[in-house]
Design a binder for this molecule. Structure first.
Ligand SMILES: O=c1nc[nH]c2c1ncn2[C@H]1C[C@H](O)[C@@H](COP(=O)(O)OP(=O)(O)OP(=O)(O)O)O1
Ligand SMILES: [Mg+2]
Length: 225
C-alpha cells in the first residue's frame, strides 16, 4: 500500500475546483488550519474534462491534474444530487443538466426545472416520494500520483418552488432532513453545520455533504495546534 499523503503546517493545498461556490465553502472550512489554500482558477489551471462515470473517478481526475500541474498536494470535490425517484439521476451528471443548449454556460434555474419536470412525470408529487441526497467525494492527490478519498452525503427532500437566494447550484430546492429551510435559505454557517475535528461521521456535526466530507478529511489530515 502506498504511504499516506502528509500535509504539514505551512504547506500549500490547491483546491482543484473551478466552482466559486464550492471554493468559498472549502476555503471557509479550511480557514482555521495552518495551510495556504489556492484555487484552481487563481493558479490559471485548465478545467479538466470529467470523463468518469463515478464521483470517485471524476474527483481523482481533477485532483491529479491539479497536483501534477502545480507540484503541490491538491484537493478536489466531485459532487451531485441523486434523486431516488429518478433512479439516482442526475448523479454524476448534475452539472451537465445545467449546461445551456447554446453552450454559453450553466443555468441552474433551468436544471431545477428539469428535475421537477422529471419528478412530475414520475408522479412524485408528495414529499415522501421526493427524497434525494447530495453527495460529495473529495480526492486528495499528491504530485507523485497517490490519491485518498473522503466521502460525505446528506439526505433531504426536494421542494417546489425553489426557496432562497443563498448558496449555489441546486441549493434552493434541497431541504435537508430535520430542517424546515432549504440550503438556499440557510446562511453559510448553517449549511456547513458544526464542523469539528475528530467528529467525522457524526450525523449532527457538519450538515452539508461537503462539510461532512471535509470533516473526515480534517480529522485524518490536519490539526489546529
Ligand atoms: O452544495 C451544493 N449545493 C448546490 N448544488 C451543488 C452542491 N454541490 C454540488 N452541487 C451541484 C452543482 C454542481 O455544479 C454539481 C457538481 O458538479 P461538479 O462537476 O462536481 O462541480 P463543478 O463542475 O461545478 O465544479 P468543479 O468540477 O470545477 O469542481 O452539483
Ligand atoms: Mg465539474
Amino acid at each position: 500500500m502506498a504511504d499516506p499523503i502528509v500535509l504539514s503546517p505551512g504547506d500549500t493545498l490547491v483546491l482543484a475546483t473551478h466552482n466559486p461556490g464550492k471554493l468559498a465553502e472549502m476555503t471557509d472550512l479550511l480557514a482555521p488550519y495552518d495551510i495556504a489554500v489556492k484555487g484552481a482558477a487563481e493558479l490559471g489551471l485548465p478545467e479538466p474534462e470529467e470523463t468518469g462515470d463515478t464521483f470517485e473517478k471524476n474527483s481523482a481526475l481533477k485532483a491529479l491534474a491539479a497536483a501534477k500541474a502545480t507540484g503541490h498536494i491538491a484537493l478536489s470535490d466531485d459532487s451531485g444530487l441523486c434523486v431516488s425517484a429518478l433512479d439516482g439521476a442526475p448523479g454524476v451528471y448534475t452539472a451537465d443538466w445545467a449546461e445551456k443548449e447554446d453552450g454559453s454556460g450553466r443555468d441552474f434555474s433551468m436544471a431545477m426545472d428539469k428535475v421537477e419536470d422529471r419528478l412530475q412525470k414520475a408522479g412524485a408529487t408528495s414529499p415522501v416520494d421526493r427524497d434525494a441526497q447530495f453527495v460529495c467525494m473529495l480526492c486528495l492527490a499528491a504530485p507523485d500520483g497517490r490519491t485518498e478519498f473522503f466521502p460525505g452525503r446528506v439526505e433531504g427532500t426536494l421542494v417546489w418552488p425553489p426557496r432562497g437566494e443563498n448558496g449555489f447550484g441546486y441549493d434552493p430546492v434541497f431541504q435537508p432532513v430535520g430542517h424546515e429551510r432549504t440550503f438556499g435559505e440557510m446562511d453559510k454557517s448553517e449549511k456547513k453545520g458544526n464542523v469539528r475535528q475528530g467528529d467525522a461521521g457524526r450525523a449532527d456535526l457538519g450538515l452539508s455533504h461537503r462539510a461532512r466530507a471535509l470533516s473526515a478529511f480534517l480529522a485524518a489530515k490536519l490539526t489546529t495546534d
